[in-house]
Write a protein that binds this ligand. Structure first.
Ligand SMILES: *Cc1c(COP(=O)(O)O)cnc(C)c1O
Length: 394
């Protein structure tokens, strides 16, 4: 008997196509910026996480080039053997100072940071309290730890407390973990109230602030700064791949924890260190953020303007409180068609469907940035209004 070993792939792919959930890759033909060449066409870009316009900033590029000349293109080792260059130490020192924490660890990506930080802190005798809408990298990091995962309702401190009271006593210790800014809805976790509950029960606290790093808090210092939880909060995960415009992840917080991760975090111990160009560009980003708050201010002004005008036009922007503005459409097919028609009108804004968001909650997600001019926003808003009316959304 012959069986087709790959039949399961055909079946799954057909299912994805049927549900309008097949991902089609667009090819960028220019740097991430307000305007970008996408599949050969110059379009207004609302898709990248380049919040502050640093991804193609001249000072960032100069820093990366100079680092290549001085340090080469790669460290050729994991951090714990021979991959820790003076640049890495300098960046960790600068990030800790910028964020007002005792210590910081720089790892390869934000995704990696969750795999690095969660398993050393909790194991199979422990329990993780996780927001229902947490990012995939938190979920995977939590699964990797083998701890029991208890999901509490989205941004709900009362449900967190109920879940802690129900479960904590059955385990050795507990860890609260939540996104800071939820990447598909643009809402902010009530970190002050969640922390108060966790602290009262002696539960460790961790936030993944990938979309708050460089965005929330004074001059982009992140969600712990936004809520004034310095010295109270245990671990803040961040990414240098979004507002910082480069690549990498950061684990910032109490020295005892960060230092422990240098002994125990597997991506730190078993995967090579980031390149000199990346590390030096991240250092240049810290310089720019410490020099001026102007980019962060412009980012928020753009976001408030765009969200306000979209609401005025009659669009449903969901729970957005940040530069992430979802345009809720529901049906995945409608969201794809909306995105296609925007693209034809010269506006690049991707549709997002299951499994990135729950079924039936498909949307277009608009990422506002400081790189957009007011004219860019007006042009984008006009295209949304035209397509929205044509498709009967508004
Ligand atoms: C984007 C994102 C990550 C991944 O960060 P990378 O640096 O791109 O790997 C992790 N967590 C959250 C909440 C994110 O939004």
């Amino acid at each position: 008997m012959t069986t087709d070993k790959l039949a399961f792939i055909c079946a799954d792919m057909a299912g994805l196509a049927e549900s309008n959930l097949l991902i089609t890759l667009r090819t960028m033909g220019s740097p991430a910026d307000a305007w970008m060449v996408v599949d050969g066409k110059q379009v207004l870009n609302f898709c990248t996480n380049n919040y502050l316009g640093l991804a193609n900033h001249p000072k960032m590029k100069a820093a990366a080039k100079a680092a290549i000349d001085q340090w080469g293109v790669g460290p050729a080792a994991v951090r714990s053997i021979a991959g820790t260059q003076a640049l890495h130490i300098e960046l960790e020192r600068r990030l800790a100072a910028f964020k007002g924490v005792e210590d910081a660890l720089y790892v390869q990506s934000g995704f990696c940071a969750n795999q690095a930080a969660i398993p050393p802190l909790v194991g199979k005798e422990d329990v993780i309290f996780s927001d229902r809408l947490n990012h995939a990298s938190i979920i995977d990091g939590a699964r990797l730890s083998s701890a029991k995962i208890v999901v509490y309702e989205h941004c709900d401190p009362a449900d967190l407390e109920a879940k802690i009271e129900e479960h904590l006593s059955n385990y050795r210790r507990g860890l609260l973990v939540t996104d800071g800014v939820f990447s598909m809805d643009g809402d902010i976790a009530p970190l002050d109230r969640l922390t108060e509950v966790a602290e009262r029960h002696g539960v460790l606290t961790m936030v993944d602030d990938a979309h708050g790093e460089g965005v929330l808090g004074k001059g982009g210092r992140g969600i712990v700064d936004h809520f004034g939880l310095h010295g109270v909060f245990d671990v803040e995960i961040g990414t240098l791949s979004k507002a910082f415009g480069v690549v990498g992840g950061v684990i910032a917080g109490k020295r005892a924890i960060v230092n422990y991760l240098r002994q125990r975090a597997r991506p730190f111990l078993f995967s090579s260190a980031t390149t000199p160009a990346d590390t030096a560009a991240c250092l240049a980003a810290v310089d720019l953020l410490e020099e001026s708050e102007a980019l962060v201010t412009k980012l928020w002004a753009n976001a408030e303007h765009f969200r306000g005008e979209m609401k005025r036009l009659g669009f449903d922007t969901g729970r957005s409180q940040t530069p992430i503005v979802p345009v809720m459409l529901g049906d995945a097919g409608l969201a794809k068609q909306f995105s296609r028609e925007l693209f034809e009108a010269g506006v690049f804004a991707m549709s997002i469907g299951f499994p990135t968001v729950p079924r039936g909650m498909a949307r277009i997600r608009v990422m506002n940035t400081a790189a957009h001019s007011r004219e860019d926003l007006e042009q984008g808003l006009a295209a949304f209004a035209r397509v929205g009316r044509r498709l009967g959304v508004i």
